[in-house]
Ligand binder design. Structure first.
Ligand code: FE2
Length: 302
């Protein structure tokens, strides 16, 4: 069976009115990012792996001078922040700003996090809730398992995960850019595969970072790790003596809700961003909150 035939699926997701299905068209989700770069869609395998395990590693997305510029910016941000203009002094600025809506990021979020009625070719269907530099030398970082069991939560907290035949939804999605190499078992994030869909309470072994219940990854510099925040995960002390951890942690939420307050970049920085990137920081609500389209266009499709 070829890939197209084996992967054919037409999910039935109930739309806003009377139980008719939501029909998402190809123009409802952006095909280019704010810099005009074509969005890189997930492969069939990547989509399956992210949904099944709750996390996905894409190695070596960045390289060459682009990666070096980002490393330099992050070292300066950590060691000599005063050397960076105030409005650029965060992981929302400088060379790493383009990570916020990198084509591979938009590809995964279009599939798993976007709300199509609030998405268009000029507007992202998700928002950015947090962005931080994780700089760790040997001994830094601690163990603190959290989350898991994302399927059956009451509405009101975005740490959940929905799965329908043919479609899955991760409202709260973490994207980690590892700008330095990570050696497996030496400080990369710990993850419990499949725990976003688990329905039992976690066993005591979860408190042991060396338990086989945990998995982790090693990767070259410039790799990206995606995971749903509904997955059980944890930090762990950095033990790699060859290089420090240099990671940008970005956290995405729906456009009508979130866990933390709306993220507000420095006004001068926001002003300097391309218009589409600014939509990552818009207010979180539904009515009249899509650029270049009508929020009701996918409602009442019958
Ligand atoms: Fe977390």
């Amino acid at each position: 069976m070829n890939e197209k035939a084996s992967n054919y699926q037409d999910p039935y997701i109930v739309n806003k009115n009377l139980g008719f299905p939501l029909q998402i068209g190809s123009s409802d989700l952006p095909s280019e990012n704010a810099d005009g770069q074509p969005v890189i869609e997930l492969t069939v395998e990547q989509k399956y792996v992210f949904d099944t395990r709750g996390w996905l590693l894409v190695p070596e997305v960045l390289g060459g001078s682009e990666l070096e510029e980002m490393q330099d910016f992050c070292y300066r941000l950590h060691r000599d922040p005063e050397s960076i203009p105030e409005h650029e002094r965060s992981t929302l600025g400088g060379a790493v700003q383009k990570l916020l809506d990198h084509p591979v990021v938009v590809g995964l979020l279009n599939e798993f996090t976007a709300y199509p009625p609030l998405s268009s070719q000029e507007c992202y269907g998700f928002s950015l809730e947090g962005s931080h530099l994780f700089y760790r030398s040997v001994g830094m970082g601690g163990f603190g398992p959290h989350n898991g069991n994302g399927l059956y939560r009451l509405p009101g907290d975005v740490h959940y995960y929905d799965a329908f035949p043919g479609k899955a939804y991760s409202p709260h999605t973490r994207i980690v850019w590892e700008l330095n190499p990570v050696k497996k078992g030496q400080g990369g994030t710990l993850l419990v595969p499949g725990s976003h869909k688990s329905v039992h309470t976690a066993p005591d072994e979860i408190q042991n970072p060396d338990s086989d219940i945990w998995t982790t990854y090693g990767c070259p510099a410039g790799s990206v790790v995606f995971f749903t925040e509904a997955l059980t995960h944890s930090g762990t002390p950095w033990t790699n003596t060859e290089n420090d951890r240099l990671a940008v942690f970005n956290l995405y939420s729906p456009v009508d809700s979130g866990f933390a307050r709306r993220l507000k970049p420095h006004p001068d920085l926001l002003e300097s961003m391309p218009p589409m990137r600014r939509t990552l920081f818009r207010e979180r609500h539904i009515v009249d909150n899509v650029v270049g389209s009508d929020y009701r266009r996918l409602y009442n499709q019958y």
